[in-house]
Design a binder for this molecule. Structure first.
Ligand code: PGA
Length: 257
């Protein structure tokens, strides 16, 4: 973390879990567990249909709400899709783009991810852009090549002034939902490389202002060590964000001076 230059952002990714009716209890319990003075931003990304209930429930705790995906199109005949403007109108401030589960199960390409990033920014949503390698890519020692490509491709056409609104999440696929976390050094190395890519394209000042998260089996036990890496500015947290006490502990780890 480096709070002098950029925000620390702890974001829960609930994936396809929980019911709208379960949010209020979660939010009330969570609020009792987190400190009043927060040095990090907290976001919970829910299924689109749950966003209005989440916005209401989390308002008092100053927890922002995000979507988990959006259409690259502004509106029209795209049955089943959700537009950025609809997320915004429902109260979302963030949206996850290009999560590996979208890439893997829904055929999202780097080109589609790029189109969605541009659409999110156009809708004034903060995109949390996910990149990360498979185990095979890591074993072939192609991680930095792949992640560099993914970042450049995802950000193609993003203007410098928009870049300050982008969050990048490094999520090694082999660490997601597996209980296998990247070591703090492995995660830190890739996040540093991501910042170098942003620096090469946008310059030093913008690069040091961009929040880069780590995601992949982050939990209350390993958060502090991961967040101690200079280029890891927060987390995108799946499993551990489903329990208020676990998510609160990660917030506390991010809240240390
Ligand atoms: P996990 O998921 O924390 O359950 O590994 C992270 C993510 O997929 O964003």
């Amino acid at each position: 973390m480096n709070r002098k230059y950029r925000k620390t952002v702890i974001a829960g990714n609930w994936k396809m879990n929980k019911l709208p009716s379960e949010i209020r209890n979660f939010a009330e319990e969570f609020r009792t567990l987190i400190p009043r003075a927060k040095w990090c931003d907290i976001v919970v990304c829910t299924p689109a249909v749950m966003i209005p209930a989440a916005v209401r429930a989390f308002k008092e705790g100053k927890v922002a709400v995000g979507g988990q995906d959006m259409s690259a199109h502004p509106s029209g005949a795209y049955t089943g899709e959700v537009a950025g403007a609809q997320l915004v109108d429902a109260g979302a401030k963030y949206v996850i783009i290009g999560h590996s589960e979208r890439r893997q199960y829904h055929g999202e390409t780097d080109e589609m991810v790029n189109a969605k990033v541009l659409a999110a920014l156009g809708s004034k949503l903060i995109p949390i852009v996910c990149v990360g390698e498979s185990l095979e890519t890591r074993e072939l020692e192609l991680t930095l090549d792949l992640v560099t490509y993914q970042v450049k491709r995802a950000l193609s056409g993003v203007a410098p002034e928009q870049m300050r609104k982008v969050i990048i999440a490094y999520e090694p696929i082999w660490a997601i939902g597996t209980g296998k976390t990247a070591t703090a050094e492995q995660a830190g190395e890739v996040c540093t490389a991501i910042r170098a890519v942003v620096r090469a394209v946008y310059g030093a000042r913008i690069a040091r202002s961009v929040t880069i998260q780590y995601g992949g089996s982050m939990n209350a036990a390993n958060a502090e060590e991961l967040l101690a890496q200079p280029d890891i500015d927060g987390g995108l947290i799946g499993g551990a964000s489903l329990k208020p006490e676990e998510l609160a502990k990660i917030v506390l780890a991010a809240n240390q001076e």
